[in-house]
Design a protein around this ligand. Structure first.
Ligand code: 3MF
Ligand code: MG
Length: 343
């Protein structure tokens, strides 16, 4: 029995297209995904604004709420809840130069429109969390934007969202690069600083994705621990990553088992989830996977996460204390490896 509740986004079941090749699996209808998520053992669903309301640009503000209500009914039907809504600020032609930090005032306004609509949708779906993955907030041509203006614009946009809804909470999902280079918010330290600079730091926190920490050359468990220490870790995207290269979104734990163990361990030690937080997955199926295997990476990730929960339950803190007292870290390290290897 897991102590955590787990969440997943509909984009985690996908057709397999990548930057170098087209789709390799058929699309699965949204409702079928929800049904399957519940069956697999998920409690909550993560949304982009346009996951909930496809073609969002074509609707009025009122129509968007009506569309969102249909999604809420589907969630209810399958006994699921919404975890968060994230404005997708990287697809639309008006976001080519970024959203909140675009050099075009008109485009920045469009980004705010999407942010406000995300809040509206979250409200209809019954959740109070907004995720900002700042995909294109940074700079491609360094001299095209001022890093100071970028940072100030981001704070300004967040303040406007906080004003728009007095109860909404914002989680910044940090990532150092891809698709943008020199991201405005590469690490949770940056997210915490943005939070402190906002008009209501108590409503601005962070979401740590394993792969994103690794892309920044950082240890994911330490990033998680840092935000926990600040009382501002409100979400995670667990997955895995082989080194500092393109974002791989591999199944949780398959590349770096000990690092995965330590992520689960630090979450457990600090009561993550006790205030209703979910352990989110953000994983992609391999391109080789067949249609029938569209959910296998989710099943595998959940299995590994729960197995690591069980390992962390078994972690012998008395033995750890003894090793620490003796300053025998070799002994402690071997103990951890034996625990993970089942020896
Ligand atoms: C990119 C991501 C994103 C975010 C998502 C929700 C497409 O690396 O991790 O997934 O998680 O936009 O914030
Ligand atoms: Mg993510």
């Amino acid at each position: 029995m897991s102590r955590f509740k787990y969440s997943v986004g509909p984009w985690n079941v996908h057709e397999g297209a990548d930057a170098y090749g087209p789709e390799v699996r058929d699309s699965i209808p949204f409702e079928e995904k929800l049904k399957k998520f519940k069956e697999i053992g998920f409690d909550a669903v993560q949304f982009h604004d346009d996951d909930a309301v496809p073609n969002i640009n074509n609707y009025t503000e009122e129509e968007i709420k009506v569309e969102a209500a249909k999604v809420k009914a589907l969630l209810d039907k399958y006994g699921l809840v919404a975890e968060f809504v994230a404005p997708r600020l990287w697809f639309d032609p008006r976001t080519v130069d970024g959203g909140f930090c675009s050099n075009s005032a008109e485009d920045r306004e469009y980004a705010m429109w999407r942010a406000y609509r995300s809040i509206d949708i979250a409200r209809v779906l019954g959740c109070d969390k907004i995720v900002l993955w700042l995909a294109r907030e940074g700079t491609l041509c360094y001299e095209s934007k001022s890093p100071v203006d970028n940072t100030n614009r981001l704070v300004e946009a967040i303040n406007k969202m906080l004003d728009y809804d007095k109860d909404i909470k914002i989680m910044i999902e940090t990532k150092p690069n891809e698709p943008i280079d020199r991201s405005v918010c590469p690490t949770l330290g940056h997210a915490m600083a943005i939070s402190a600079a906002s008009k209501d730091p108590s409503r601005v926190g962070g979401l740590l994705e394993t792969a994103h920490a690794m892309l920044a050359g950082l240890d994911p468990a330490s990033e998680i621990g840092f935000a926990l220490a600040m009382g501002k870790l409100w979400g995670v995207h667990l997955n895995d990553q082989n080194g500092m290269k393109y974002d791989q979104d591999k199944s949780f734990g398959v590349e770096n088992l000990r690092a995965a163990f330590n992520q689960i361990k630090v979450l457990m030690e600090n009561g993550f989830g006790e205030n209703g937080e979910y352990i989110g997955l953000d994983v992609k199926a391999m391109r080789t996977e067949k249609q029938e295997g569209s959910y296998q990476h989710l099943i595998n990730s959940l299995k590994i996460a729960k197995a690591l929960e069980a390992k962390a339950e078994k972690f012998d803190y008395d033995f750890q204390k003894k090793c620490v007292a003796e300053r025998d870290y070799e002994k402690l390290e071997l103990y951890v490896m034996e625990l993970l290897m089942g020896l």
